[in-house]
Design a binder for this molecule. Sequence first.
Ligand code: HEC
Length: 184
Amino acid sequence: MFGRKRVAAAAAVALACVAGTALAVDPPKLGQRAPADLLALMDKSIPPDGTGLPPGQGTPVQGQAVFLEKCAVCHGPRGEGLTNDRLVGGEGTLTQEITAKTVGSFWPYATTLFDYIRRAMPYDAPTSLKDDEVYATAAYILALNGIIKETDTLNAETLMKVKMPNADGFINQWVEPAPKAAAR
Ligand code: HEC
């Protein structure tokens, strides 16, 4: 059992920590219009059809260099998974009891791989990659999965042509117009 004094001391330290954190963190600025540069950083999603893919390009070889420097620490040097998700392999496991949902086995589109990496990775520094680096790391991951060749170049045009192995494994529930809300 903790003595009462010790609990009180611990509570005081915890409170001090919380207060310290609260002071250090920037408040959310609710009610203020987001500045244009922040909006431009966030508002650039790429849908499955590739609309809005930016200029730029990258090869698997270029991507390997970026990947080893900025991604391998979490995903392993060849995307085999380390502290975080495995990105490579796993084909044919989706129907098994233990699935390996990787970019190669699970993702239906390559365009959204670009979108995801550009917006969310590296996990510890999202939106820090140049578009060329995003094309290149996507190319490296796709080449490791055997989906493109090591000699291929990814850009807006070629990325849209990549057919993913699990492209037909999803049901698009948005194809039909959404049913009208029932009258009340
Ligand atoms: C600090 C660790 C870390 C680093 C560095 C990192 N990632 Fe990730 N990555 C993660 C985590 C965590 C997730 C899962 C995020 C989630 O599910 O919300 C993830 C998920 C992913 C996924 C999706 C996996 C899937 O199938 O769901 C891809 C693709 C990916 N990362 C690519 C990259 C690339 C490319 C880089 C380097 C530019 C990178 N990551 C760097 C931690 C990291």
